[in-house]
Write a protein that binds this ligand. Structure first.
Ligand SMILES: [Zn+2]
Ligand SMILES: [Zn+2]
Length: 374
């Protein structure tokens, strides 16, 4: 069977072109099979397979459990009126699970120190800076909280334009540094490290901005529901928005496409919508808190879908550009479905998983076949 996209001759039973990943049969519509996780459509609203793209089979459910438990702990703490604990439980969940994923899949190859130092420590330091800036702009320090007056036009400009711009630059710093190393230059590395950096930055920023909640750790006169919405917004939605803004921009930067400025615009809009909601809805009290959460959740969802669009396109394009070893020999097994790969595959011809999305040790294993059969 000859691929209509790249003219590679594929084995008769192939569903996907092993060279460029295009669907070869009518059932293999590529938009229904995300290149990093073909069991899901490209535009599926899936947190784990989006921010942790290397296929992990049996490990995915652990990450989901980790996030769900942290979310539940956060809600329980909110129920007891302990906002600091609720915030911390929610905010450390995503960076924690991302670190576990990096460790599990050896995404950091043999250089965990650089990755953790840049993506956690540096990003957190930048997050402290962003938090201080947000406090200086808002004047009160209570970004999501008790404000009775709509900020002045000047303040709105600072909070809705300047703050998102500075944040957009900050979320790119750590992933740009890490992906400047040759071994981390792949698009999926840009995605993962932007996710870890964005989540760490959001965690540090939230602690600085909401420090009032920590200094008055005793029960204050707010409702449990309000605390829960604040914790979910700061602990889950905001880190995802930052991760998305960082991932979209740095993936485009590393692909060296001319679309980088467009990525910057997208990243700015994602952060800007969130910051604007926080700045303008604070005056509506509890209703404002809920509305802020809804807007943040929708923005985070849009961000996740945009990451998937970008990663999917990158995986398909990179495979077409890459030069592949001579085909026809056995090239190891697919990490997702276990079926044999044709030597020199960029995609599994049975399930359509990108080889670049398989765990790194597995990729090295596959590469060893390519070098012996060449
Ligand atoms: Zn093809
Ligand atoms: Zn497969």
């Amino acid at each position: 069977m000859t691929c209509s996209r790249c003219s590679t001759v594929n084995p008769e039973l192939a569903r996907f072109c092993y060279r460029c990943g295009a669907g070869l049969t009518t059932s293999a519509d590529r938009t229904s099979h995300y290149a990093a996780s073909p069991g899901e459509p490209v535009r599926a609203l899936a947190l784990v397979s989006t921010l942790m793209p290397h296929v992990s089979g049996s490990r995915h459910h652990l990450y989901k459990w980790g996030l769900a438990l942290a979310g539940a702990a956060s809600l329980v703490a909110s129920g007891f009126g302990i906002l600091p604990v609720a915030l911390i439980c929610a905010a450390i969940a995503l960076p924690g699970v991302l670190l576990m994923y990096l460790y599990d899949h050896e995404v950091w190859s043999d250089d965990p120190l650089t990755v953790v130092a840049a993506c956690v420590a540096l990003a957190a330091a930048l997050g402290v800076g962003i938090g201080l800036l947000a406090n200086a702009f808002s004047g009160s320090g209570a970004i999501i909280g008790l404000t009775n007056n709509l900020p002045s036009t000047g303040r709105l400009l600072e909070l809705c334009v300047v703050l998102p711009l500075v944040t957009l630059i900050a979320v790119q710093v750590a992933p740009v540094i890490v992906t400047s190393r040759p071994r981390f230059k792949h698009t999926l590395d840009a995605l993962t490290f932007a996710a870890l950096g964005g989540a760490s930055l959001a965690l540090a920023e939230s602690i600085v901005v909401q420090h009032g909640a920590f200094s008055s750790a005793t029960v204050h006169n707010t409702s449990s529901a309000r605390d829960a919405f604040i914790a979910l917004t700061l602990g889950f939605a905001k880190p995802i928005i930052y991760a998305a803004a960082g991932a979209i921009t740095v993936m485009r930067l590393r692909r060296r496409t001319s679309a980088y400025p467009l990525g910057l615009l997208e990243g700015f809009l994602l952060i800007g919508v969130y910051d604007s909601a926080v700045a303008t809805l604070a005056i509506y009290g509890d209703r404002g808190v809920v509305l802020t959460f809804i807007i943040a959740a929708i923005t985070a969802a849009v961000g996740l879908i945009r990451i998937r669009d970008e990663a999917h396109a990158a995986l398909l394009d990179e495979a077409t550009e890459a030069t592949v070893a001579p085909a026809g020999h056995y090239g190891g097994n697919c990490a997702e479905c276990g079926l044999p790969l044709v030597a020199g595959s960029a995609f599994c011809l049975a399930c359509g998983t990108a080889v670049a999305a398989m765990p790194k040790p597995h990729q090295q294993h596959i590469a060893s076949y390519a070098s012996t059969s060449a």
